[in-house]
Design a protein around this ligand. Structure first.
Ligand SMILES: Cc1cc2nc3c(=O)[nH]c(=O)nc-3n(C[C@H](O)[C@H](O)[C@H](O)COP(=O)(O)OP(=O)(O)OC[C@H]3O[C@@H](n4cnc5c(N)ncnc54)[C@H](O)[C@@H]3O)c2cc1C
Length: 222
């Protein structure tokens, strides 16, 4: 495809690693730590019904140490009582995650969707929604005929492209600096009674879907 000769490099990908545990007494709280170990990425722990899912996702050179970050998160969760000592590891999964848009997403009759199109949110690592939406858009465009499908497809996925940012925008160093500044500001704004205002854009970006299941813990902040 035109303009797509540049190969994808290591820094175009983050890494994601997940460990699933079963245990007797799962509790219901979920925790997320941004910039774990001061690196661009985050670690999470949430209950799955049978136990817990512990995960880590990191960008840039920190992606090489994803396993080490997950180990330290696991130690922290166990030491602080978030993860029971008696648990059984029953699954490990992980993969690279594209965090930059490729130079060309659609040309002539080739339309890239989902991860192949780089439609993964570099801040949250969320890619399922965009994969489904872009796949749906590609299907609709092709179903309407083969007249300039690339142009019509790019128009259809413009809102998704806006969300994940322009090509090359997700520089890990810049993301760390922006998040550190943000997290540094929030406690001060809390003291001024403006914490809600400061959290709103961040939280709503992560939990922005109108299609959350009934009873979901997640809510838009107004
Ligand atoms: C550990 C981990 C946790 C994640 N957690 C979340 C999350 O909580 N929420 C979220 O929104 N996103 C999450 N993501 C990201 C999300 O999984 C992806 O963004 C999403 O699955 C992308 O969908 P896709 O259809 O583009 O690609 P994929 O789901 O990767 O599907 C591509 C398919 O193509 C197949 N394939 C590859 N090559 C060939 C070939 N040559 N011939 C035929 N078939 C082929 C593959 O086997 C695969 O089944 C996570 C990713 C990882 C790695």
């Amino acid at each position: 495809m035109a303009g797509s000769r540049r190969p994808r490099w290591r820094q175009d990908f983050g890494a994601c690693l997940v460990r699933d545990y079963t245990c007797q007494r799962p509790h219901r709280s979920a925790v997320v730590f941004y910039l774990w170990n001061g690196e661009p990425g985050y670690c999470w722990l949430f209950p799955t019904g049978q136990g817990y899912r512990l995960g880590a996702g990191f960008l840039g050179s920190a992606a090489k140490s994803t396993r080490r970050h997950l180990d330290s998160m696991e130690q922290f969760c166990q030491a602080s009582g978030l993860l029971p000592g008696e648990r059984r590891l029953h699954r490990i999964s992980g993969a690279l995650a594209p965090v930059r848009l490729p130079a060309t997403i659609a040309a002539q009759r080739v339309l890239l969707v989902g991860d192949a199109a780089g439609l993964l949110d570099p801040l949250s690592g969320e890619g399922i929604y965009n994969a489904m939406r872009s796949g749906q858009a590609a299907g609709l465009v092709l179903g309407q005929g083969l007249d300039r499908p690339a142009r019509r497809y790019l128009r259809a996925i413009r809102p998704l492209l806006r969300e994940v940012g322009p090509p090359g925008a997700s520089h890990p160093g810049l993301m760390v600096a922006a998040l550190k500044a943000y997290f540094g500001l929030v406690p001060g704004l809390d003291r001024l009674g403006l914490g809600g205002l400061a959290r709103r854009p961040f939280v709503n970006r992560l939990f922005r879907r109108g299609s959350l299941p009934p009873g979901s813990h997640y809510r838009r902040l107004h």
